[in-house]
Design a protein around this ligand. Structure first.
Ligand code: URA
Length: 432
């Protein structure tokens, strides 16, 4: 291992055997944390080229079980977001795309820090079970065309160990390490094609379009190397997506969107991602037709029916979905008001995510208990004109002492100016 660390530290390319040796040894425990930490830092400074990144992804992928989805008819397409604030697209896209006949077999994650996780949002619905046996998971996709569950413990164990070390050694933000971490899990989940939503902005890992393009390029090279179809879409995080942040609040907004009553920025991202999923699965051959079919599935009620069928199949309370007043809510609400009059230029998504976490919607630590009703509802977005003391957003919590903790972040979050702002497009770039 010392020779491998030295070789990378001195800027040389590593062979497949050397990368496999490092990953396998670390997973087995024969390579200690301190050597892996040094290796990660050498990668951070000297970088991996595309071939080395593909070797690393492959070594991580093979550290655990790989799902076999060949029993499912049709082309299974997975979707992944690099993580944002107010990002409830998976809750909408899974039933929406499933309603068009594309099978959805998706493994999702939990939120940590200021970004939310799909599993937490689904668990805001009473009874929803995310722990499916693999055989039941596949059977559910065969029966109703959709299933979503948590990652099995043996899915890419190398990533679990390496990510935990990256988190505490300042080696998270390296594109090869991010690409191999995400792609190894997506490849192990067994889909034939992958659509990645790369969020760009202060609430996201990628702060600039250039960084996002580089991440997409590396991921695409990994996918091509592994024989998978791939599309990346760079989407804006100039502000949170939609109006709702927090688990039950986001479920409500997802339901509204499936019923044709959702916010336009969220719908725009969902139709774009959904169309690319349909294109990769081969059920359509052009984007406009795909978007038209997706819109019809919303307007006819088919997408919402598929959502209810899915929730029921995984034990969730459909009554809560039909009557959203039955979803978890909070004892207290508080209006957060504008400090000055003017146009909203920017809403710092990361601060909204942190404020929502302080209200109880997110985890500060892995074992924090969530309050499903907690969060923030934005009444105004970038481009809106507000008067001083107008309510910009409503805060939800079960303890009114939490409001002042959230306000610390909100006080820095809204950029209000006299001139009319430029509103960033939601879809910044498409990379195929
Ligand atoms: N998400 C992941 O799964 N891994 C990373 O490295 C970054 C984001």
């Amino acid at each position: 291992m010392v020779d491998i660390i030295l070789k990378k530290r001195n800027g040389h390319a590593l062979s497949e055997e050397e990368i496999q040796f490092a990953v396998n040894g670390f997973v087995k425990g024969s390579i200690p944390d301190y050597q892996m930490s040094a290796f990660l830092m050498a990668i951070y400074f000297q970088k991996l080229d595309d071939v080395e990144t593909a070797y690393l992804t492959n070594a991580m992928l093979r550290s655990g079980e790989i799902m076999d989805l060949s029993g499912i008819a049709g082309h299974v397409i997975d979707k992944h977001s690099t993580g944002g604030v107010g990002d409830k697209t998976s809750l909408i896209l899974a039933p929406l795309v499933a309603a068009t006949g594309v099978p959805i077999a998706k493994m999702s994650g939990r939120g940590l820090g200021h970004t939310g996780g799909t599993l937490d949002k689904l668990e805001a619905i009473s009874g929803f079970n995310i722990d499916l046996e693999i055989s039941n998971f596949i059977k559910q996709v065969q029966d109703i065309g959709i299933a979503m569950c948590g990652q099995t413990p043996n899915l890419v164990p190398a990533d679990k160990k390496i990510y935990a070390l990256r988190d505490v050694t300042a080696t998270v933000d390296n594109v090869s390490l991010i690409a191999s971490s995400i792609m190894s899990k997506k490849l192990a989940s067994g889909a034939e094609g992958i659509v990645i939503d790369i969020k760009i902005g202060d609430g996201a890992f990628m702060k600039s379009v250039e960084d996002g393009v580089e991440l997409a390029r590396i991921m695409k090279s990994i996918a091509t190397h592994m024989g998978k179809k791939f599309t990346a879409i760079l989407t804006s995080m100039q502000q949170p997506l939609g109006n709702a942040i927090g688990n039950a609040l986001e479920v409500k907004e997802a339901i509204a969107t499936l019923r044709g009553e959702g916010p336009s920025d969220l719908l725009d991202v969902c139709l774009t991602l959904g169309a690319e999923m349909m294109l990769l699965s081969g059920v359509v051959d052009n984007k406009d037709t795909a978007k038209q079919i997706l819109s019809e599935k919303i307007n006819s009620g088919a997408a919402f029916s598929k959502f209810k069928e899915w929730i029921a199949a995984q034990g969730g309370d459909v009554a809560q979905v039909e009557d959203m007043r039955l979803l978890p809510s909070c004892k207290f609400t508080k209006a957060y008001t504008a400090k000055s009059s003017g146009y909203i230029h920017h809403i710092m998504a990361s601060n909204l995510g942190l404020a929502s976490m302080k209200l109880g919607a997110g985890r500060e630590h892995k074992d924090s208990v969530l309050n499903y009703g907690a969060g923030i509802y934005l009444h105004h977005k970038v481009g809106d004109y507000v008067l001083e003391a107008d309510t910009i957003c409503t805060l939800y919590a079960d303890d009114d002492l939490l409001f002042s903790l959230a306000e610390v972040y909100l006080n820095e979050a809204f950029d209000i100016k006299a001139d009319i702002p430029e509103i960033e497009k939601m879809i910044l770039k498409l990379i195929k």
